[in-house]
Design a protein around this ligand. Structure first.
Ligand SMILES: Nc1nc2c(c(=O)[nH]1)N[C@H]1C(S)=C(S)[C@@H](COP(=O)(O)O)O[C@H]1N2
Ligand SMILES: [Mo]
Length: 325
């Protein structure tokens, strides 16, 4: 098991060779991927659409101060073992079918209690929120866990850009809902009330560890990981990190979320990683760090707030974390 300390910048010698350093125009090209990229795609297992190859992103490889030093999870596990129920409930369904979702063009509606509501096009987002020196190596955990080198920017920057009003207390996020491209939403076994919805309290949303990710391993996000734009909230269970976002609204009431609607006693609004509070159907004391096999499950103890206690515990001071799970 590797060290799980959070340390200041990682020397560039440690940065994965998969990461690449490229100029801004390459980013813009990546953002504007069209039919040509589709034509270049490799084919997927039977029945699947055509995968676009993740494109290089323009950013400088400097790890952020909050980056983890744990060993990174290999790309094939990050992109091959996913939850994205819009494409099915098996862990390999997203890798098979998420490329059926078209992510170009893409825009995000930002509204609610803000002074500057509007529709942000992906190209504008990528151009405005500088990706220089923006690589975040973060742990994410559920029953399994990974360490992923995300490329992105703090959500706080996007929110400041639209000028939240003082009565904005929460942020509500929604995923694209396009049944013709999302076979999981058409399935009779589909259990979620689409579109997938998540929420954060305003102070959580403004925390520097709350990231809007646009890439991983130096390239645009694979569809199965939530292309082209997803949330990453590393101290919370995986389901809070909503994928393929099309709407961000600032509101004054705690928003409903898809998992809470489904099973309120199992999935709380806060969903902070907490080994002391079991899920009603399983213990949350341990996680399987991928890669994990039958003979080498790589089971490790889960840490409070997923190891980000020092950074985020202050957000919950005075709150009963068993009640607000
Ligand atoms: N839109 C959407 N976002 C989603 C999900 C989903 O089903 N739909 N699953 C969540 C869950 S349960 C997890 S564990 C993480 C998985 O992210 P990853 O596949 O990038 O590891 O995505 C979260 N975001
Ligand atoms: Mo999850």
């Amino acid at each position: 098991m590797s060290s799980r300390m959070i340390c200041p910048p990682i020397p560039s010698s440690e940065i994965t060779p998969e990461s690449v350093y490229l100029r801004r125009r390459d980013l813009m090209r990546a953002a504007g991927l069209g039919m040509s990229a589709l034509a270049l795609g490799t084919s997927l297992p039977a029945g699947a659409g055509v995968a676009r190859k993740p494109q290089p992103l323009d950013f400088i490889e400097t790890a952020q101060p909050l980056s983890a030093t744990d060993e990174l999870t290999p790309y094939e596990h990050v992109s091959g073992y996913n939850n994205f129920y819009e494409f099915g409930t098996d862990k390999d369904d997203p890798a098979r079918y998420a490329a059926e979702m078209s992510v170009d063009p893409w825009s995000v509606e930002v509204g609610g209690l803000v002074n500057e509501p509007g529709i942000l096009h992906l190209e504008d987002i990528l151009g405005r929120f500088d990706l220089e020196e923006r690589i975040y190596r973060l742990r994410c955990v559920e029953a399994w866990s990974m360490v992923i080198p995300w490329v992105g920017f703090p959500l706080a920057e996007l929110l400041k850009h639209v000028e939240p009003q003082s009565d904005a207390k929460f942020v509500e996020f929604r995923t694209l809902y396009r049944p013709e491209e999302m076979r999981g939403t058409r399935s009779i076994t589909s259990i979620i009330d689409w579109p997938y919805r998540e929420g954060l309290r305003m102070d959580e949303a403004m925390h520097p560890l709350t990231i809007m990710a646009v890439g991983l391993y130096g390239k645009t996000l694979p569809e199965q990981n939530g292309a082209p734009l997803r949330l990453v909230v590393p101290w919370k269970y995986g389901f809070k990190s909503i994928k393929s976002i099309v709407s961000i609204r600032l509101v004054d009431q705690q928003p409903e979320t898809s998992w809470q609607n489904l099973a309120p006693h199992e999935y709380g609004f806060y969903a902070n990683v907490n080994p002391d509070v079991d899920h009603p159907r399983w213990s949350q004391k341990y996680e399987r760090r991928l890669p994990s096999t039958l003979f080498n499950p790589n089971r490790i103890p889960t840490r409070k707030f997923n190891g980000y206690e020092e950074q985020v515990a202050g957000l919950y001071r005075g709150m009963d974390l068993r009640k607000f799970y």
